[in-house]
Each structure stands twice: as structure tokens, then as C-alpha cells.
Design a protein around this ligand. Structure first.
Ligand SMILES: CCCCCCCCCCC/C=C/C(=O)SCCNC(=O)CCNC(=O)[C@H](O)C(C)(C)COP(=O)(O)OP(=O)(O)OC[C@H]1O[C@@H](n2cnc3c(N)ncnc32)[C@H](O)[C@@H]1OP(=O)(O)O
Length: 396
């Protein structure tokens, strides 16, 4: 299974969609140790479907799709459900696999299913234990790490294998972390990333999780989430520092205009390819960027998607200071630890004096940007760009 379907099958097993061995949702992925030469009885088949938990190794998504298709064919016969919509990527990949079996008799499908799991068992030592995929960063668990030390609360994006792309759950978790940090004993709050990227922006697989209300409902709830998320940055009461440890994309760049300090490694880049994605600016950048760098430089970034180096971003005023990558972490943390010893109330009040005059305006801009984006998400331009990325045809 190649191309789009293969890619979609891989998404199937990404944190956003499902656990690779989540047998409750994918009963077809169950294993039976049955000899391939034997004709599979109904009992063999049932055993097979009950034994998949013994698989120690994830069989991979192509095999899972085959198992799914054979299971459906064996239990229900030829594919008999309507083809899912083009944006319903996961169900469409499953439907395609089932439909490809045509009129294969139920008994043959059952036999093939048992054969397949039998061959899998030969290459996968069976075990009673089901261990979750080690590389899976489940939203709501370790995709976000919050630590508090030396008067500094640090919120670290921790999906390095996905360039710290933001899942829906991570937006919620960041909001909770900001809420807690606003009330804790720390003087300063830091947002940073683990791995080679700071953040690759919105996780584009967020678009694939379509609720029963359809894409309109998805866009509506996405706009509410976006607005709430950005509101937390507008209202954050303490000094907020971005430690930009690598390239930054999309919303991770736009909200920098709401931070009080932005320190960047010289390896960082700043990219807001909204037009390429059929989208429009958020994070109050339609206001903060022209204010920070002037309308023409802001247009180059937000409309034409010009990617800035760290030094360029510093010259434009988006970044406070750039550090050599080799000494970045050391220099930045020494600096921040010194700042965190300053009287916290004085820092908080000074921040508010600087920021409060604009708050109301920023909230109105955030609401407007979120509304406009809701419409954009329903546009062909946006849908095509997302499908292109998800089918591995395009990246930035
Ligand atoms: C209606 C829906 C509403 C949803 C909820 C809305 C909430 C608010 C939304 C606010 C609006 C935000 C807008 C934005 O942020 S726009 C920017 C979006 N980001 C991108 O377009 C970046 C896409 N990624 C890339 O172009 C490249 O991955 C990148 C240049 C970042 C890195 O390239 P590189 O070659 O170095 O690495 P890989 O491509 O191999 O990446 C490694 C794996 O990480 C996955 N990845 C990376 N970024 C993303 C992403 N943004 N979304 C999903 N997945 C991402 C990539 O696919 C690789 O995965 P695999 O290893 O599985 O292949």
C-alpha cells in the first residue's frame, strides 16, 4: 500500500489518531498462532482475533490495514459501507483496503487472516505484555514537560520526532501550564522546545480528526481553541520568555509578539507560510508584527512567507538577542537565573504597565483573526495544502 494510503496509515498510528496496538478499536489486529497449512476454522479465527495482544512488535501499518480488511471481509463479506469523505483520511484508508478485496469469499478471507497472523507470529516473539510504542508522545502526557526551578517555570514542548508540532491536546495543556505558572512562586516563565526544532507550528494532522458535526464544526471549535489559547498569552501576568532553541514555524512565531523577551540560537529561523497553507495570520501578529518591524517587513513575513534567520529577526525587533548555538543554553540560562532573582512583584507590575494599555485591543484582534481563520480552514486553498502535506507531496 503505497503513496497517500501508506502515509495515512502511518498517521493512523500517530499520537493524534490511535495507539498502534489499540486492539479495542482495531479488533482485526489480533494474533493467533495457527499453522498456515491448516484450513482455518471459525475457532482458529476467533483465537486469532483474541491473541493479537501477544504481539510484542508492532506489525506496521500496511500489515494492519491488510489485517483490518481481511477481518472485515471474513466477518461481513464484501465492503458494504459508503466511501468516507476525502478528508476522513483514516476511515478512507481502511475503506480502500477492505474494498480492494472485492468479492473474496468469507472463508478465504478468514483463512488468509489466520495465515497472516501466523506468519507475523513467526517474526514476532510472542509475549503476554503489550507495551505502548516507545516513541509515541501521547498528548496530555509527555508531549509537554513543565519544570520549576530557581524562580523559573519552564514549559518545554517535547515532541522532537514531530518537530514539536502542536496537537490539540498540547494547546490545552499549554493553557493549563500557563494558568498554573501565573499563580506559582516563580518570577519568570519560559517556553522552549526539546530537540532540534523550537516548534513546527500547528500539527497539520489536527485537521484529520473530523467530529460528527463535520468540517464546519471542526473549524468552529478550532477557532474557539485558537482564541482561548492566544488570550492566555495576552493576559499572562509575569515576564514571559521564549528560548528559541531551533527553527520556529507558524503559530509558534506569531505569538512571539506577545512575549516579553525572545532569545534565539543562531540556528533558529522564523517562518510564517500562511499564504502557502491557504491560511491567514493569528496570534495577534496582524497587529504586533507591523508594530514591531513596520508594515512592509511584516507583509514579507505574513503574506509572502519570507523565512527570517535569527539575525534578521533580531534586526527586525522580533528577537531580543541571538546567541551562538554552541553556547546558547549556557548563556541564556545564566542570564535568566540572574533575572529571576529580581523582585518578582516589581517585575510583574512593570510588565503590566508596559502591556496593559494594549490588552483590550489585542483581545479584539485575536477574536477577529480567529474568525477569519475559521473561514480559511474551510477553503479549498487550505484543504489542498493540508492534504498535500499529509500525503507527503509538500512541505515548507
Ligand atoms: C480546523 C482545524 C483546527 C485545528 C486546531 C487549530 C488550533 C489553532 C491553529 C492555529 C493556526 C496555526 C497555524 C500554523 O501553525 S501554520 C504552520 C503549520 N506548520 C507547517 O506547515 C509545518 C509543516 N512541516 C514541515 O513543513 C516540515 O515538517 C518541517 C519544515 C517543519 C521540517 O522538515 P524536516 O524535513 O526537517 O522534517 P520532517 O518533515 O521529516 O518532520 C519530521 C516529522 O515531523 C512531522 N511534522 C513536522 N511538522 C509537522 C506539523 N506541523 N504537523 C504535523 N506533522 C509535522 C513530519 O510529518 C515528520 O513526520 P514523520 O516522521 O511521521 O514523517
Amino acid at each position: 500500500m503505497a503513496g497517500v494510503a501508506g502515509r495515512l496509515a502511518r498517521l493512523w498510528c500517530s499520537g493524534a489518531l490511535s495507539s498502534p496496538l489499540q486492539v479495542t478499536r482495531f479488533p482485526a489486529l489480533q494474533l493467533h498462532l495457527c499453522g498456515p497449512a491448516m484450513r482455518a476454522s471459525q475457532k482458529d479465527f476467533e483465537n486469532a482475533t483474541n491473541q493479537v495482544k501477544l504481539l510484542k512488535k508492532d506489525p506496521g501499518n500496511e500489515v494492519k490495514l491488510k489485517l483490518y480488511a481481511l477481518y472485515k471481509q471474513a466477518t461481513e463479506g464484501p465492503c458494504n459501507v459508503p466511501k468516507p469523505g476525502v478528508l476522513d483520511f483514516i476511515n478512507k484508508a481502511k475503506w480502500d483496503a477492505w474494498n480492494a478485496l472485492g468479492s473474496l469469499p468469507k472463508e478465504t478471507a478468514r483463512h488468509n487472516y489466520v495465515d497472516l497472523v501466523s506468519s507475523l507470529s513467526a517474526s514476532s516473539e510472542s509475549s503476554i505484555q503489550v507495551t505502548p510504542a516507545a516513541d509515541r508522545k501521547q498528548p496530555g502526557s509527555d508531549a509537554l514537560v513543565v519544570t520549576s526551578q530557581d524562580g523559573i517555570t519552564t514549559i518545554t514542548l517535547n515532541r522532537p520526532d514531530k518537530k514539536n508540532a502542536l496537537t490539540t491536546q498540547m494547546y490545552h495543556d499549554i493553557m493549563l501550564a500557563l494558568e498554573a505558572a501565573s499563580k506559582d512562586d516563580s518570577a519568570i516563565t519560559v517556553l522552549t522546545g526539546n530537540g532540534d526544532y523550537y516548534c513546527s507550528g500547528n500539527d497539520l494532522t489536527n485537521f484529520t480528526d473530523i467530529p460528527p458535526g463535520g468540517v464546519e464544526e471542526k473549524a468552529r471549535s478550532g477557532a474557539v481553541l485558537l482564541r482561548d489559547f492566544v488570550d492566555r498569552f495576552i493576559d499572562f501576568p509575569k515576564p514571559l520568555v521564549a528560548v528559541v532553541n531551533g527553527p520556529a514555524v507558524g503559530i509558534s512565531v506569531t505569538i512571539l509578539g506577545l512575549f516579553d523577551i525572545v532569545y534565539a540560537t543562531d540556528r533558529a529561523t522564523f517562518h510564517t507560510p500562511f499564504s502557502h497553507l491557504g491560511q491567514s495570520p493569528e496570534g495577534c501578529s496582524s497587529y504586533t508584527f507591523p508594530k514591531i518591524m513596520g508594515p512592509s517587513k511584516a507583509t514579507e513575513m505574513l503574506v509572502f512567507g519570507k523565512k527570517l534567520t535569527a539575525r534578521e529577526a533580531c534586526t527586525q525587533g522580533l528577537v531580543t538577542e541571538v546567541f551562538p548555538d554552541s553556547t546558547f543554553q549556557k548563556e541564556v540560562w545564566v542570564r535568566l537565573k540572574a533575572y529571576s532573582k529580581l523582585p518578582p512583584n516589581a517585575m510583574r507590575i512593570s510588565k503590566q504597565v508596559i502591556r496593559n494599555t494594549e490588552k483590550e485591543k489585542l483581545h479584539a484582534i485575536n477574536a477577529e483573526e480567529s474568525n477569519i481563520l475559521r473561514e480559511r480552514w474551510l477553503s479549498d486553498e487550505c484543504m489542498n495544502a493540508v492534504v498535500s502535506f499529509l500525503s507527503k507531496k509538500a512541505k515548507l
